[in-house]
Design a protein around this ligand. Structure first.
Ligand code: HEC
Length: 229
């Protein structure tokens, strides 16, 4: 009577064990296999901190370069996919860089969406020329720095503006200006969405949740009165 049960149990543990072994080869961490440095060097552009959020929020949307649409076979969704459009060490010969610096209608993100700013283009160029590494660093965010210009705006420009500016107004919300950001900060939606509280659409849409430090910075900026500082 007990034998089939035991056999099932043995089979279950065998399969579970195999499953664990198989899973070891999958990237288990949210950083997608990136090399992590404790300290952030000011000379280095980091893929996970700087480049991936820009490409996810400006390119990897439905209808464009998410995994589902993959327009032109291009997916701006993770390191491996992005690397297909890059020649490490040579920005000028990389499709990713060439399309973002075009000035005609073939420019990416395409009109009427805003082009990347020159600082953002330079960042992507530098990342490619530094070898297009899958890297990230940990110490850049400081919860004691929470001004609009010093913390909130750079965060929003990197992770949100691609879907929240006049060329592409996700949810009718414009985060490209202080005024637009102020109104969602005051009505509670900014914090609700990034802290991913129930009753709010979790943001940034289709990307990793902001770090605890980033959420805390935004929260402190809001609590201190949503100043244009
Ligand atoms: C890939 C596109 C995309 C990105 C990136 C994105 N959003 Fe959104 N956002 C949307 C869309 C679309 C909506 C409308 C609601 C929905 O579809 O979920 C929205 C809605 C919102 C709302 C309203 C939420 C609510 O519950 O009413 C806020 C606030 C918001 N976004 C803030 C942000 C912030 C802050 C970031 C960056 C940290 C961000 N979004 C990044 C597309 C995006």
């Amino acid at each position: 009577m007990a034998t089939p049960v035991i056999r099932n149990l043995v089979g279950f543990f065998l399969l579970a064990g195999l499953g664990l072994i198989a899973c070891r080869h999958q990237p288990l961490l949210p950083n997608g296999g990136a090399t992590i440095s404790a300290n952030c060097s000011t000379d280095t552009v980091y893929f996970v901190n700087d480049v991936l959020p820009l490409l996810q929020s400006n390119c990897a949307m439905s209808g464009c370069h998410d995994n589902g649409t993959a327009a032109d076979g291009v997916r701006m969704t993770n390191y491996a996919n992005i690397l297909e459009e890059v020649k490490p060490g040579n920005a000028n010969d990389s499709k990713l860089y060439k399309v973002i610096i075009r000035t005609d209608n073939e420019r990416m993100p395409p009109p009427p969406r805003a082009a990347f700013t020159s600082a953002q283009k330079a960042l992507i160029q530098k990342w490619i020329n530094q070898g297009a590494k899958n890297n990230m660093c940990l110490s850049r965010c400081d919860t004691n720095s929470f001004t609009y210009a010093g913390a909130v705006k750079p965060l929003i420009d990197t992770k949100c503006v691609g879907c929240h500016s006049p060329g592409n107004l996700g949810g009718g919300i414009d985060l490209s200006t202080y005024t637009g950001t102020r109104s969602v900060a005051l009505n509670g939606k900014l914090y609700g969405s990034i802290a991913q509280l129930s009753g709010f659409s979790p943001m940034p849409k289709n990307s990793a949740k902001l770090s605890t430090c980033e959420i805390r910075q935004a929260q402190r900026w809001i609590q201190a009165g949503v100043l244009n500082n």
